[in-house]
Design a protein around this ligand. Structure first.
Ligand code: EPS
Length: 391
């Protein structure tokens, strides 16, 4: 069983979404306003549709907290839906290509895709973001910072992204697309407008950077503990994701080894990066993971989201009720939700990394986790200290 585990429940138009998080150590001061701020950020992004004007996602804490801090017991968060019309919504018999509709109808033996899409909907990600917001606070309390942002939308890509995480967040939060490169804002907006004009949709790529993890988080002893596999799995489990890259990703397959691997530099050599372990690396093309473990450099992951599958100019489908060739159902939806996906990616990456870090440190209370982490960092530093310097 994972050390930190999130289960979500709830339908898109049911009464509420729920997140149940187990394994949070006691003594984490929980800022509920910060959970709400992350939920609000998930609702942003140029290209979103009518639902986000209706909802104002907020988390109510139902368990696991007392006097403003966690107490070690399961944490339950509830996010009410304002649009809770599930019992009165019409049947859906014309499955949308790209959505869970058709395979879900066949799987569950129903001619009404409403039963499928209510849970398959990306509305569920609000609950994952609420749980992820707790993981982000846990990591922050241990000196680890997680930042997600949009890097491309349709064919338009960011060209310059700063190295400083505060600067990335400042630029991202000023962008209607949650993209930290202001030079591409207009082109991205034009792209969304053009797709909307013709009843089409768009996807995009989002990136998450994580700074401050010690080396050796994750593992190689059994495949399941490999952090790259775990991160890829978590990111691909977000609705509509089609591909994941870590560090150089696909580009690393096109280059020679000398142009991929990040040389380990002696203390005298200097280097572009200084990791949490004090080891200098010539770069971070690995995306902060070697052998399924953190290197101590930034963890850098990207995930590609396909265009949303509800198109106003609907694609061809069948009516499962009549067998006729028709066009697919058109539900209220967004033109593009890729900016919001950067918030969801941030949440799921934080959940995996918080779990892996707690697995490394152990500890039932935050004080114990901190003590163990400090001791581990000191042991890493001492292992790498030259004998002359230590004597
Ligand atoms: C979403 C809520 C949904 C959609 C979108 C994301 O609301 P509704 O279906 O009521 O308009 O805006 O869902 C999808 C893109 C999807 O494919 O299900 C949300 O809260 O993020």
């Amino acid at each position: 069983m994972p050390r930190l585990d999130l289960v979500t429940a709830g339908e898109s138009h049911g009464p509420a979404l729920v997140a149940l998080l187990t394994g949070v150590p006691a003594g984490l001061v929980l800022d509920v306003a910060a959970i709400d701020a992350m939920l609000a950020r998930r609702q942003l992004g140029y290209g979103r549709g009518g639902r986000m004007k209706i909802e104002q996602d907020r988390a109510e804490v139902l368990s696991g907290m007392r006097h403003g801090h966690t107490i070690g017991s399961p944490l339950t968060l509830r996010i009410p839906n304002r649009d809770a019309s599930i019992e009165t919504l019409p049947d859906v018999s014309r499955p949308r290509p790209g959505h869970a509709d058709l395979a879900g109808m066949l799987k569950y033996g129903t001619k009404d895709a409403r039963d499928v899409l209510e849970r398959a909907s990306a509305r569920e990600t609000a609950a994952r973001v609420a749980g992820g917001a707790v993981a982000i606070q846990l990591l922050a309390a241990l000196g680890v910072r997680v930042t997600g942002f949009l890097v491309s939308l349709g064919p338009v890509s960011a060209t310059t992204i700063p190295d400083d995480l505060s600067e990335i967040e400042r630029l991202r939060d000023a962008s209607p697309l949650l993209c930290p490169d202001p030079t591409v804002t207009d082109a991205m907006i034009r792209e969304v407008d053009a797709a909307r004009d013709v009843g089409d949709t768009l996807g995009g790529v989002v990136e998450v950077r994580v700074r401050g993890l010690p080396p050796g988080v994750g593992g190689y002893v059994v495949p399941e503990e490999r952090l790259d596999g775990r991160l890829a799995g978590a990111l691909m489990r977000i609705q509509a994701m089609k591909a994941v890259e870590i560090g150089l990703g696909f580009e690393s397959a096109r280059r020679r080894g000398s142009d991929v691997h990040d040389e380990i530099l002696g203390l005298a050599d200097g280097g572009a990066h200084t990791s949490a372990a004090g080891v200098r690396r010539a770069g971070n093309r690995s995306g902060g993971i070697e052998g399924g473990m953190t290197t101590g450099e930034d963890v850098v992951v990207r995930v590609a989201m396909k265009p949303l599958s509800t198109l106003r100019r609907a694609l061809r489908s069948i009516d499962v009720a009549t067998g006729e060739s028709v066009t697919a159902t058109v539900e209220r939806s967004d033109v593009c939700a890729a900016p919001a996906a950067s918030v969801v990616a941030e949440a799921v990456v934080a959940l995996v990394l918080a779990d892996a870090l707690l697995t490394k440190t152990g500890g039932d209370s935050m004080d114990e986790v901190r003590r163990n982490l400090d001791a581990y960092r000191a042991a890493c530093a001492s292992l790498l200290t030259p004998p002359a310097a230590s004597g």
